[in-house]
Design a protein around this ligand. Sequence first.
Ligand code: F6R
Length: 616
Amino acid sequence: MCGIVGYTGKLNAVEVVLSGLRKLEYRGYDSAGIAMLHDCSMDVLRAVGRVDALARKTANISYVPHNAIGHTRWASHGRPSEINAHPHCDNTGQIAVVHNGIVENYSTLRSELLQSGAKFLSETDTEVAAVLIGHLYKGNLVEAVIQATQRFEGTFALGVVCIDHPDMIVGARRGPPLAVGAADDGAMMLASDALPILPYTRNVCYLEDNQIVALQPGKMELYANGVQIEARLQKICWTAEESERGGYRHYMLKEIYEQPAVLRRLAANLVANAGSLSPVSPPTFNLDNFPLNNDALRKLSRVVIVAQGTAFHAGLIGRNMIERTVRIPVSVEYGSDFQYRDPVIDPSVLVISVSQSGETADTLGAVRLAKERGCTTLAIINTVGSTIARESHGVIYMHAGLEIGVASTKAFTAQIAALYVLAIHIGLQRGTLSDADAVRRVADLLQVASRVDEALACAEQVKAVALKYKDSANALFLGRGTGFPLALEGALKLKEISYVHAEGYDAAEMKHGPIALIDERMPVIVLALKGRRYDKIISNIQEVKARGGRVIVIASHDDTEIADKVDDVIRVHDDRGIMNSIVCAIPFQLFAYEIAVARNCDVDKPRNLAKSLTIE
Ligand code: F6R
């Protein structure tokens, strides 16, 4: 998704902005640009491709600007090209604008502006925004931005500069996040998230919807609905070092290896009495922001989980956990569909959103609809202070740390663990889970990190298997029960970072159609742990083998018979419940990673993808 960075202060603004844009690369982008103010003039440079291409262009400037705004663009209106890249200027060339989001009524505004003589160079909605701001500008930039944003339908985070105000940046937000930072030396920054700001200050303020900010060195003025209000800065607790690769070749790999630590931290944060668990001392949880008291919990009629992508897959696993534990119906919905389908919900329904970024527009829309219909909303979120976290009645933070790799890994397993805790908590409150069972389950949670450590020790073996199949054009992932969402996730990981076409299916569903795809060129990755459905999975494997398919299984560590039936075996130490879904995610993540590396794909910046999808 597009990224914005602005800096006004004593340092070389080009250097600050370019280094900030590099920190936002994880969001995904296809072009980049910068507007630099200097001595009552402005230069705008743009380049298709990586920030490095833009940096080569800025290397030729002969002055040191102290005010600049930059942008990485993820194409929504108009293909990736220099002309469509941001910043865009108004017709006088005095005002430059960077934008994340979509101005939905841009064609109406464009027609109006054309009628009054305006000209457009690009196909973008952002240029319409810039031209409109220029049209409304009568010497007061803040006023012009306020008036223009009142006319915008849709979503935007904006950064605006103007030659007449050479040390000022104006920011505006409705939808996509926008953070501002105030450094001790008076410098002010604006960015799509706190990462570019952190090297300069930890004092950050996230703009709320419909707020506008005017930044000048030593001065920050915040406006809500046109009225000036006090800006409240908060201290960001994670460090700039967390955003480094820490010796790993890719962020994705680093984040895969962070999972044991994340799970240990999550358990330590959420389980209040981990040290004294016993059947007479059942688990209690640190759920300070839980939105329902015990009485309300008992009155719940059902649960709806809303999420997208990987978080949706975690939601499917959470559904199984909650249904099994609480005996209450749970459905899992794409927020994108839920919010427009006129779903049947009422105040007795708990709507749980699951999101790493806490900014996903599709999920946010579903949360807003649920609130409108009187439902209680609970968010399971990684990014502290994000929009979904703020707008929900309650929040459980995963504290998985910054996830930079576009392919979500540690957030996925943390989401499963958080949903698991939630299921135990609701089960205890509603009396469907005995104290002794709750103790057993929490003991499993406390052990899961060690099991993940063991699963990570199989990395070399997974790599060897991956290398055998790296040239396959397709792959099928199969699983049953909780193995089905894992199959979906395994397929998603593979396709998003290695561009191998992959599908995840319930293993039983294979015979209802996908079996037609099986031949000797089709690797089929099957989750076949010993358990209730093991015999059925073995039958599904035989169906694949009978048609010449090549089978890789993720098998239980002690399954001595399976090797004869398949082509390759990756073993995990499985126990039960939460162990299996979290532990089995590891070989899937590593498999996708190794194939992507072997195919020379840009693992951390896969094509066309964005980390935080703030548009619908
Ligand atoms: C896949 C991936 C995406 C996200 C989805 C939701 O690896 O990262 O599918 O899971 O876009 O994002 P969040 O969790 O931020 O709401």
